[in-house]
Ligand binder design. Structure first.
Ligand SMILES: NC(=O)c1ccc[n+]([C@@H]2O[C@H](COP(=O)([O-])OP(=O)(O)OC[C@H]3O[C@@H](n4cnc5c(N)ncnc54)[C@H](O)[C@@H]3O)[C@@H](O)[C@H]2O)c1
Ligand SMILES: O=c1ccn([C@@H]2O[C@H](COP(=O)(O)OP(=O)(O)O[C@H]3O[C@H](CO)[C@H](O)[C@H](O)[C@H]3O)[C@@H](O)[C@H]2O)c(=O)[nH]1
Length: 334
């Protein structure tokens, strides 16, 4: 991978889990980074010193435009969203409206300010329909299984129009299940409330929560629980940097995962190996909107950019998450 020094990046949602790890990766490469975030789910303490922070809600077009208009950005990366599959089934219009309008605002502001490159957090939830190839490549049929997935697809469509009308080149990265923590321990995962399997299983192992609920034990999978493709958040960060280098002249969409699926029970086993503690669990009904199996075929980004996951082993991913959560019982604090 070629490394270009001294670029300027604006990161929306940079106080959140994935965004904060991407900010660290950009800083590590010597770039200048600004974060735009409304702190609805992110943390001010997750934004490193030396990074300019704009406390702005993307739903406010004028405020968004003011930030985007502040100078020349080599690229804008858009992580800010509401992003819980299960919640989106309960509040479909809220999800569709919120993610669509905030996505439209940032893409319009970038287009009008002459930004040339845009990185977008898309999702495996685009592929939620009943018939899915295994693994899922970029040519698989797009059939969101939840309003959340649909809202992300709508932003991919906005970006296609921004390219044809304004020449804004974009990389839509459809990542599967981002997990783990910065290997140097500088950042971690702290969603409130936490809904993601890996941190919840770790907290259950540490005795910080009651028994983990396993949503659905009757799926047509090897052990009855859902199967997901876990990709280390540092590898997701690296994928953004690789993809941005690819979009000088064309927009791309890449699936980002490890290419291996682990069941929810296999996550429990990994947490038990890493922590040396039992994970208490109990069976619970299926969570609406959950596809049984999601495994990525990421060969396109590998072939076109040279990106490859560095943390392929599930226990490596879980170990980094475990280390951060154990060291930060209160996450980023109050
Ligand atoms: N975590 C995953 O496994 C995963 C998988 C696929 C895609 N994604 C996508 O990646 C992105 C980041 O996910 P995450 O897990 O880091 O989520 P997160 O909730 O930790 O981060 C989202 C950030 O965006 C900010 N934000 C939300 N709405 C905003 C608004 N209107 N204006 C300004 N800031 C706002 C939040 O405060 C937060 O800091 C999301 O777009 C999500 O859909 C995540
Ligand atoms: O307490 C829990 C929490 C989760 N699960 C199960 O664990 C699996 C993984 O669930 P997560 O909530 O950790 O992650 P999701 O697969 O729902 O969602 C993640 O990946 C999606 C892409 O598929 C989205 O992009 C989303 O933003 C991102 O959080 C699912 O089968 C879920 O039902 C449980 O059994 N119990």
């Amino acid at each position: 991978m070629k490394v270009t020094l001294g670029m300027r990046y604006l990161v929306t949602g940079g106080a959140g889990f994935v965004g904060s790890h991407v900010v660290l990766a950009l800083l590590d490469q010597g770039h200048e980074v600004c974060v735009l975030d409304n702190l609805s789910t992110g943390h001010r303490a997750a934004v490193p010193e030396g990074v300019t922070f704009h406390h702005v809600d993307l739903i406010d077009y004028q405020a968004t435009k003011n930030v985007v208009s502040q100078g020349r950005w080599d690229a804008v990366l858009h992580f800010a969203a509401i992003s819980l599959v299960g919640d989106s089934m309960q509040a479909p219009f809220h999800y569709l409206r919120q993610n669509y309008l905030t996505g439209l605002n940032i893409v319009q502001a970038c287009s009008e300010a002459g930004v040339r490159k845009f990185g977008f957090s898309s999702t495996a939830a685009l592929f939620g329909g009943p018939e899915r190839p295994d693994p899922i490549g970029e040519t698989a049929e797009i059939q969101p299984g939840s309003p959340y997935g649909e809202s992300k697809f709508l932003i991919e469509r906005i970006l296609q129009w921004a390219d044809s009308a304004y020449g804004l080149k974009s990389a839509c990265l459809r990542y599967f299940n981002a997990a783990g923590s910065d290997v140097a321990g500088r950042a971690g995962e702290d969603h409130r409330p936490e809904t993601h399997l890996v941190p919840l299983a770790i907290d259950a192992a540490l005795g910080r929560r009651p028994a983990l609920k396993i949503f659905g034990t009757d799926y047509p999978t090897r052990d009855g629980s859902c199967i997901r493709d876990y990709v280390h958040v540092a590898d997701v960060a690296e994928a953004h940097i690789c993809a941005l280098e690819q979009i000088e002249t064309r927009s791309v969409a890449y699936n980002i995962g490890n290419g291996r699926g682990y069941s929810n029970f296999e996550i429990i086993q990994s947490v038990e190996r890493v922590s040396g503690c039992k994970v208490p669990w109990k069976a619970a009904p299926r969570r609406q909107g959950d596809p049984a199996v999601l495994i990525a075929d990421s060969t396109t980004i590998q072939r076109e950019t040279g990106w490859a996951p560095k943390f392929e082993k599930l226990d490596q991913i879980v170990e980094s998450a475990f280390r951060w959560r154990k060291a930060h019982p209160n996450g980023y604090g109050d």
